[in-house]
Design a protein around this ligand. Structure first.
Ligand code: DSN
Length: 429
């Protein structure tokens, strides 16, 4: 019995969500549209199989074909990110980062990561997270007046003082690129492991549009698979070095990092990997190896730069005054006196989806912060380019300035529908 017949409530919700995605402008920087090939693998019978262990070393029988799938995903990830080892089993970004911390740290050990309001992620030690309670996160910040660059003198001072076991760079709301060599230098001075969480920019690195931390000697790189990388939800842990036998506890040495990581994911943190998801990740990685993906990755950034410049021209203040990647953080309070929560709601009314966002050292609380975060990956996947970005920047500012005028918002929404109709999404669904 098909879904529509058996469970029309769910079927209708899915259709409504499809129509929402088709007719609106999706500008949350962490969202994207997977291909129909990825959807097909994700909805496949691979979901039926238990595969605890790793290719060739499973705890269950019947894994001939899941081994093929996982091996392909691993090999493609290694090729794309130019490293020796990939674990494609983390169920998403949080368990991915947790598996790294739990692999190398004891409770109370120190991690040096980015301040959350300056761009760091919840899994980089938010006090409300279990990791934030278990480990001692210390933080570095950005320079607002220096294009958001990190103050490495300050970072070195903190590192020497606190002796972190891991130096972590990575972000969820930082619109610039990192100087990985500087992080590596600091980590080497204090004998720390270098970890880059490139969840947001994994696809931009894969497409050759942003720096790859492995080119600067990093030990470990983590990335989610569903943001700029444009796959299904999931996480990948990448490292240098060849893995040994995952069933034997290795010594805590840098050479053993791949084996320690594998054991931390399974059996340390997770049980059976989701093989339908890994199949879909493998498909997305194959897509990321095609020449068109490079074009997409560079266009994501070109679109973001045009959007940022247009927003600035029209009076929007952006954190760090622009962007080097796929996102920007707009200070809507300083620009137009409207908080991020109201701006998010206003834009939704106009058919534009963004998310509220804290700005560095935000005086307002996270549920009603000073700004919004805006990104270009999903619109770029739909085929939009610089001209559309200029028009959209105008709509964003017009909507926010007229947040109390429903007729203006309705009018923008109608224009959004006209524009999105020209960039068909999932025409065969
Ligand atoms: N929720 C993701 C984001 O929007 O950046 C990070 O996990």
């Amino acid at each position: 019995m098909n879904l529509n017949t058996f469970d029309p409530e769910i079927a209708n919700a899915i259709i409504n969500e499809l129509n929402r995605q088709r007719s609106g402008l999706e500008m949350i920087p962490s969202e994207n549209f997977v291909s129909e090939a990825v959807l097909e693998a994700l909805g496949s019978i691979m979901t039926n199989k238990y595969s605890e262990g790793f290719p060739g070393r499973r705890y269950y029988g019947g894994n001939e074909f899941t081994d093929q799938v996982e091996t392909l995903a691993i090999e493609r990830a290694k090729t794309i990110f130019r490293c020796d080892h990939a674990n494609v089993q983390p169920l998403s970004g949080s368990p991915m980062n947790q598996a790294v911390y739990l692999a190398f740290l004891k409770p109370g050990d120190t991690i040096l990561g980015m301040d959350l309001s300056h761009g760091g992620h919840l899994t980089h030690g938010a006090p409300v997270s279990h990791m934030g309670k278990l480990f001692n996160f210390v933080r570095y910040k950005t320079h607002p007046e220096n294009l958001g660059k990190i103050d490495f003198d300050e970072l070195t001072r903190i590192a020497k003082e606190t002796k972190p076991k891991i130096v972590l760079c990575g972000y969820t709301s930082y619109p610039r690129d990192y100087d990985y060599a500087d992080f590596k230098k600091v980590a080497d001075e204090v004998g720390a492991i270098t970890m880059a969480d490139v969840a947001h920019i994994g696809g931009l690195i894969a497409g050759g549009a942003m720096r790859n931390p492995f080119d600067y000697g990093f030990d470990i790189v983590t990335t989610t698979t569903h943001k700029t990388l444009r796959g299904p939800r999931g996480g990948i842990i990448l490292s240098k070095g060849k893995p040994g036998n995952p069933f034997k506890e290795p010594e805590m040495t840098k050479e053993n990092i791949p084996t320690i990581l594998d054991r931390s994911v399974f059996p340390g943190l997770q049980g059976g990997p989701h093989m339908n998801n890994i199949a879909a990740i493998a498909v997305a990685l194959k897509e990321a190896m095609q020449p068109e993906f490079k074009v997409y990755a560079h266009q994501v950034i070109a679109n973001a730069k045009v959007l940022a410049n247009e927003l600035i021209k029209q009076g929007m203040k952006l954190v760090t005054d622009g962007t080097d990647n796929h996102m920007m953080v707009a200070n809507t309070i300083a620009s137009f006196g409207i908080d991020g929560t109201s701006a998010e709601k206003t834009l939704e009314h106009a058919g534009i989806t963004v998310n509220k966002q804290v700005i560095p050292d935000d005086p307002l609380p996270p549920y009603k912060p000073s700004g919004i975060r805006i990104g270009t990956p999903a619109l770029t996947t739909r085929g939009m380019k610089e001209d559309e970005m200029r028009t959209i920047a105008g709509w964003i500012v017009e909507a926010i300035k007229n947040h109390d005028k429903p007729e203006v918002l309705e009018n923008i929404h109608a224009q959004v529908k006209n524009m999105t109709a020209k960039f068909p999404l999932y025409p065969d669904l």
